[in-house]
Design a binder for this molecule. Structure first.
Ligand code: FAD
Length: 455
């Protein structure tokens, strides 16, 4: 049993957020126990098998730096400079994310990242308990019950307070909700995803440009591919659940292959095991989770996907979860009692989580339907020009979310204003020649205050 009064916490889930939070707190002298339902990935290999990768951006890197984890993670990361758009007619176009290579995102392997963070957590003194699935919680007696899925045995552990880093299907959230309703609502997207793989080329290198996030935008659906440091790419097909084409109409591997040959023709020769991958990997659901409350007084708090799962189209779920970890560690270090620290954490992070949830939903439309659209490309061109003319005021939406640390809510508010300016200024134009620069400059100055990044 952990000390009921001292600096001790019990974290549920040793995934990305759980492992990082354990490291941050253990490094600051906290006594940390982490319970994870799966086996130790350092012994058994990461469950999930193949190379599933994630885009790491500045918010995530900033959190990793605070845990001294950035160097170890970056040693295996692959730089992505921008979107490599694969047009339907076979043309390719690299759309840079930022101004130069100081503004890029990084593809990291989920399993390797998790293992790196677990090792750091253990080295910092956190106690990791694998094969322990949270099953039930008695919040009054402060006792949590865990099961070992291999033997079906039960274990009990006392706690001072629980932190739920157990992902979108959080068992701790369910237990808290049963104790005192959290106002939970899940909105499923009517699209799902399936993962496929591009293996290395015969000479052991990458088969396509490695330093890009590849996108095949096709209106109502799309494919993306992110590089892995072992020279593979993880391909993800995002497709509606209903309609044509959809997961409902692709009943056989032959149907899937026919869709790929028609709409993603240049990808087909890159995915030699398309049929096997299609059969092996079930479609994954996509949803946004909304909660009115993330905490139960000083006894439990949620973060990461357990608090605010989002659709993956801004590549920010993990980055946001990592920011949560930094914020909670900071609040816990303020010396307040746990209830006050959890309340301050929720007040700080909840509006920002809602903002990135909304931006992630909006970005799906942009990725699948807009990146090959002339209006959109003209607006991007104007965006770059306005950034040059007003570097302090007009900061592109993607830059604010991806390369800065300003609160997501601020990025959302400014992005909405900027979108209005871009749309209005380019209406009816097919080049920037006809832009009324005097009017646009005046609007930028009037509506956008100079922006400073968060410390
Ligand atoms: P998780 O990573 O889900 O970890 C939860 C952990 O808790 C797991 O280890 C699980 O085994 C454990 N657990 C679950 N239940 C229990 C229990 N009862 N008892 C004990 N342990 C339990 N984010 C990005 O930033 N960039 C991206 O490019 C990106 N791409 C994505 C692509 C897809 C297709 C998807 C679905 C998501 C993507 N995300 C991305 C989001 C990202 O994966 C999540 O936001 C991130 O994993 C959240 O971390 P977490 O630690 O909160 O939850």
């Amino acid at each position: 049993m952990t000390d009921p009064n001292g600096k001790s916490l019990t974290i549920i889930g040793a995934g990305l957020a759980g492992a990082l939070l354990a490291t941050l707190l253990a490094q600051r002298g906290w006594s940390i126990d982490v319970y994870e339902k799966r086996g130790d990935p350092r012994i058994k290999g990461y469950v999930g098998g193949r190379s599933i990768n994630l885009a790491l951006a500045e918010r995530g890197r900033n959190a990793l730096r605070q845990a001294d984890a950035d160097d170890a993670v970056m040693a295996q990361a692959v730089m992505m400079r921008g979107r490599m758009v694969h047009f339907a007619d076979g043309r390719l176009q690299l759309q840079r994310y930022g101004r130069d290579d100081s503004e890029v995102i990084w593809s990291v392997h989920r399993g390797d990242l998790n293992i790196t963070l677990l090792e750091l957590a253990e080295r910092a003194g956190a106690r990791l308990h694998f094969d322990r699935r949270l099953d039930r919680v008695d919040f009054d007696a402060r006792i949590a019950r865990f099961r070992d899925d291999r033997s079906d045995e039960s274990f009990e552990a006392g706690f001072r307070a629980l932190v739920g880093a157990d992902g979108a299907g959080s068992a701790l959230r369910a237990a808290m909700n049963a104790q005192s309703p959290l106002g939970e609502r899940t909105e499923f997207l009517d699209h799902s995803y399936k993962e496929l793989e591009i293996p290395p080329a015969d000479d052991g290198g990458f088969r396509i440009e490695p330093n890009a996030l590849h996108i095949w935008p096709r209106g109502r659906y799309m494919c993306i591919a992110l590089p892995n440091d072992e020279k593979t790419f993880t391909v993800t097909l995002f497709l509606p659940n209903e309609g044509d084409p959809s997961f409902a109409t692709l009943k056989t591997t032959a149907d899937a292959r026919a869709l790929f040959e028609r709409d993603f023709a240049d990808a087909v020769p890159l995915i030699p095991e398309l049929d096997q991958d299609w059969e092996r990997n079930p479609p994954g659901l996509l949803a946004t989770l909304y909660l009115d409350r993330w905490r139960l007084d000083g006894r439990a708090v949620l973060l990461g996907d357990a608090a605010h799962a989002m659709v993956p189209f801004h590549g920010q779920g993990m980055n946001c979860a990592f920011e949560d970890c930094v914020a909670l560690a900071r609040r816990l270090g303020d010396g307040d009692d746990l209830a006050s620290a959890f309340a301050a954490f929720e007040a700080e992070r909840k509006p920002n989580a809602s903002a990135i949830q909304q931006m992630a939903l909006e970005n799906y439309l942009e990725m699948r339907d807009r990146v090959d659209d002339p209006d959109f490309l003209l607006q991007r061109e104007l965006e770059r020009k306005l950034q040059e003319r007003h570097p302090e005021r007009f900061v592109p939406h993607y830059t604010m979310v991806t390369f800065m640390l300003i609160p997501y809510a601020v990025a959302l508010e400014r992005s909405d204003i900027q979108r209005e300016i871009l749309v209005r200024a380019t209406q009816g134009l097919d080049s920037l020649d006809g832009v009324d620069w005097t009017a646009v400059d005046a609007e930028v100055t009037a509506r956008l205050q100079p922006l400073q990044d968060a410390p």
